[in-house]
Design a protein around this ligand. Structure first.
Ligand code: IVH
Length: 805
């Protein structure tokens, strides 16, 4: 054979082997038998041995691996390899009230997906678009790689490393047969960097582990680990024997080629012979995306049919990307993640794990409420070790019959704290006793040793009875929680003061109450030791500076945010908002004649009712008593009426729709429980100190001067919201009601005009039914708002709201 003949034969063999590799590794459609393939490959090797000048770096023979390396060369990524931002799950973990586990998961997932609507909305506002196209694709749970082609030839392969620089693993990646050594394109771009994931298919991974075990070697814990471990091997010949594959989802640096959309990128990569994902979806808009998500990804929450079962590799989420590439540079990035993409993990893809409940500790919340926390035998779930989970409250423990020593099923859902799903009753030790919180803490606050009492407390979902530490001003745990509460996003939004920082600030006596933050200077804050005496770890100047800037911004936040931030018992966001709408500043809230009126009205009403001479329950026993009671009753009735009139004149009350009996009844903007709580707070030493400090600090949050009642189509109507609405969050729905002049209350009484019941309504619905209060479903509520012209708010750009499901 002449060299010319050999060259021609070699070229044909190379082309043939490449085509078979592509069919087998990329298309997963083998075109010849293994024996036939091996024969071709052997012929190629023989030919190259005879004519060494035919060997090129992109010959298939090079797939078997070259000489071992001393170490990896470090390579700078010209475009950094970033992470993906997670869709933030709903703020409240879903309570375990929904008995049907599948529905509960669905509801929790929907809560998170609602954030997707927000994400889309914000992008549309930012980009001034009516709708945005998205590509939805699986997030591959492999090892990130970057592969470079110069004029269509594979020249460099790099690990992600720290995102800015990685290891040169060209020799190792060359052995992965699904990565083409030459791109299948007639006019290859001058430079094309593609990014993707290396992985091992589950079956291949299991086989590898069996081989390792047989050879007396340590098996890998999972496919991802096996992939990462293999890519780190310095001997490419060993790598060549491992069943690695790759799949690509995007671009890095490109020259001499341009794309308009992400969908076009995916299609082009596929055309170039690069393996891309078999499933991805181009979505017209966010509604279309949700529709596809439900149908294709979670298959209507049927775990048997969901996407994970259809792919050869593990996936750990769904990535959603803005399709139009020209918009990407206009979307601000996060610290280490781009703004144009987001990842979501469906809740039921989060594997539950089983472990033993070693004990229950009790945490003290910002208002002193004692919350039981499960102390678990550490267990590895979803990439991290979990040793604690929330148990919500004593009732929850009772309902799920959770006992110390039990084997429990736990689940970690995104950023939400892990929770105990259920008990494995069959594994219960014989001596496990039901849990009694009071006895467990010896009748004292576990943080400060102060007295505790059982009280009604307001929660996001209504009221519940809980144990509460009574040492409000002195309890260190409460101080820490109040500080965290004060700085959270919905309050004063001081990023960087959460968890450990708050704890150390209180522990080191730098902050006793949240306002002490304003006395901190840069140096003290920068030097704050977050570690221990032996192993110090300081907060640092950069972080400290950020905190000081955020504090500066907080000074001018509106009254509603400040009222909320102060963590006054029974004052949530809604109440804070309502109070701020009627008071110009904090001082006037503290002295509020309106709130005093509400409290006095409530007292006078109760007194009058108790004295009512015509009471059937408690009739007067003598004529003298009757006369005496009648006199007092009349005085109280007059007082009730007077206060009612005053509150109405201020727009702070309206006559109750269903008032019966001789006493006039009113519905007030803020209920008596909250009103009392606010006044008590500002009358307490703590509240007085807060006012004085704010004055000294020159902080004067501004509210509104009392508005006039009786305007807007829903004026005078009181609504209570329960359950989840598909189109709006509660706060959004409440805002629309307020815009139309209506009022939103947090609990149902006979003065409620409407209860709006969404999916999975709570006990408020039962109460509404018991009291005969009209109940609206979401469609009816929407119609009512539409009639009132308030269905869309300016914030949503006036567009109709998508239905989630
Ligand atoms: S897009 C941020 N799409 O996930 C840069 N990444 O947390 C754009 N990943 O290390 C990434 N599948 O390697 C994107 N379909 C996919 C992905 C994906 C897996 C990896 C990626 C990155 C990590 C981000």
């Amino acid at each position: 054979m002449t060299l010319a003949e050999a060259r021609a034969r070699h070229a044909r063999l190379v082309a043939e082997i490449r085509a078979h590799d592509h069919a087998y590794y990329v298309e997963a459609r083998p075109t010849i038998s293994d024996r036939e393939y091996d024969r071709l490959f052997q012929e190629l090797l023989d030919l190259e041995r005879q004519f060494p000048e035919l060997v090129t770096p992109d010959s298939p023979s090079q797939r078997v691996g070259g000489a071992p390396l001393e170490g990896f060369r470090r390579v700078q990524h010209r475009i950094p390899m970033l992470s993906l931002e997670k869709l933030r799950p709903a703020d409240h973990p879903t309570r375990a009230e929904e008995p049907d586990e599948a529905r509960r998961k669905q509801r929790q997932d929907q809560n998170t997906l609602r954030e997707l609507l927000n994400w889309d909305l914000n992008l549309r506002k930012l980009l001034h678009r009516e709708r945005l196209e998205y590509v939805m694709e699986p997030k591959v749970d492999g090892v990130s790689i970057s592969v470079h082609y110069e004029k269509g030839r594979f020249v460099l392969g790099v690990t992600r490393g720290d995102g800015t620089a990685g290891d040169d693993i060209t020799a190792n990646l060359r052995t992965i047969r699904s990565i083409p050594l030459v791109l299948e394109v007639r006019n290859p771009p001058a430079y094309l960097e593609v990014r993707g994931e290396a992985y091992m298919a589950q079956a291949d991974f299991e086989k590898l582990n069996r081989q390792l075990e047989q050879a007396g070697e340590e098996p890998f814990p999972n496919a991802r680990n096996a992939t990462a471990g293999t890519l780190k091997l310095l001997d490419p010949r060993l790598v060549a024997q491992r069943p690695l594959r790759a799949v690509f989802y995007g671009l890095g640096l490109c020259e001499g080629i341009q794309f308009r959309t992400h969908a076009e990128v995916l299609e082009s990569l596929r055309r170039f012979g690069l393996p891309t994902q078999p499933y991805w979806w181009l979505c017209r808009d966010v509604e279309h995306l949700l529709e596809i998500y439900r149908r294709e990804v979670v298959a209507d929450y049927d775990e048997e049919r969901d996407l994970r079962r259809r792919l050869p590799y593990e996936i750990d989420g769904i990535v959603i990307k803005v399709n139009d590439l020209s918009l990407w540079p206009r979307i601000p990035a996060k610290a280490r993640a781009p703004g144009y993409a987001i990842v979501h993990k469906p809740i039921h893809w989060i594997e539950p794990a089983e472990t033993v409940l070693k004990g229950i500790t009790v945490q003290v919340g910002r208002t002193g409420v004692l919350t039981p926390v499960a102390e678990l035998e550490p267990v590895f779930v979803q990439g991290s070790t979990i040793s604690r989970a929330t148990l919500h409250n004593e009732d929850e423990i009772r309902r799920k019959d959770i006992r110390i020593g039990d084997t429990v099923v736990i689940r970690k859902a995104g950023m939400v704290i892990p929770e105990v799903v259920e008990v494995v009753k069959s594994k219960r030790p014989p001596d496990a006793r039901p849990f009694d919180l009071y006895a467990h803490v010896g009748g004292r606050c576990p943080a400060c040793g102060g007295p505790i009492a059982k009280e009604k407390v307001a929660t996001g979902e209504g009221e519940e009875v809980a144990w509460r530490c009574q040492n409000i001003a002195g309890c260190p745990a409460q101080k820490i929680r109040r500080l965290e509460f004060f700085t959270q996003r919905k309050a004063l939004d001081i990023e960087g003061i959460g968890g450990i920082v708050a704890e150390k600030l209180v522990e080191r006596k730098l902050v006793d109450e949240p306002l002490d933050l304003f006395d901190l200077d840069l140096e003290t804050l920068a030097r704050l030791n977050l570690g221990t005496e032996e192993a110090p770890r300081v907060f640092g100047e950069k972080n400290a500076r950020k905190v000081l800037e955020a504090l500066e911004r907080a000074r001018t936040l509106p009254l509603a945010r400040w009222l909320f931030a102060l963590a006054i018992p029974n004052v949530g966001e809604v109440t804070a908002h309502d109070i701020a709408a009627f008071h110009p500043d904090l001082e006037s809230v503290a002295e509020s004649p309106l709130l005093r009126g509400v409290v006095r009205l409530d007292e006078a009403w109760a007194e009058a009712e108790a004295l009512n001479p015509n009471s059937r329950k408690n009739p007067p026993r003598t004529e003298a008593e009757r006369r005496h009671r009648a006199e007092k009753f009349e005085a109280l009735r007059a007082e009730v009426e007077k206060i009612g009139r005053e509150l109405m004149a201020a727009g702070f009350a309206r006559p109750a729709a269903r008032s019966e009996g001789p006493l006039p009844a009113y519905v007030t903007k803020v209920g008596p429980v909250a009103a009392r709580s606010v006044l008590e707070y500002f009358a307490s030493p703590l509240g007085r100190r807060v006012l004085q400090r704010l004055r000294a600090l020159g902080i004067r949050p501004k509210g509104s001067t009392p508005g006039r009642a009786g305007t807007g189509p829903l004026a005078g109507k009181t609504f209570v919201l329960t359950g989840t609405l598909s189109a709006w969050t509660r706060e959004e729905a409440a805002e629309r009601i307020r815009q139309a002049g209506g009022h939103v209350a947090s609990s149902v009484s006979k003065n409620t005009d409407y209860v709006v019941a969404g999916e999975n309504p709570g006990s408020k619905l039962d109460k509404a039914r018991a009291l005969g209060v009209p109940v609206l479903n979401e469609a009816e509520f929407r119609r009512l708002l539409e009639e009132a012209g308030a269905a869309s708010s300016p914030a949503r750009g006036g567009s109709a709201q998508p239905e989630l499901f």
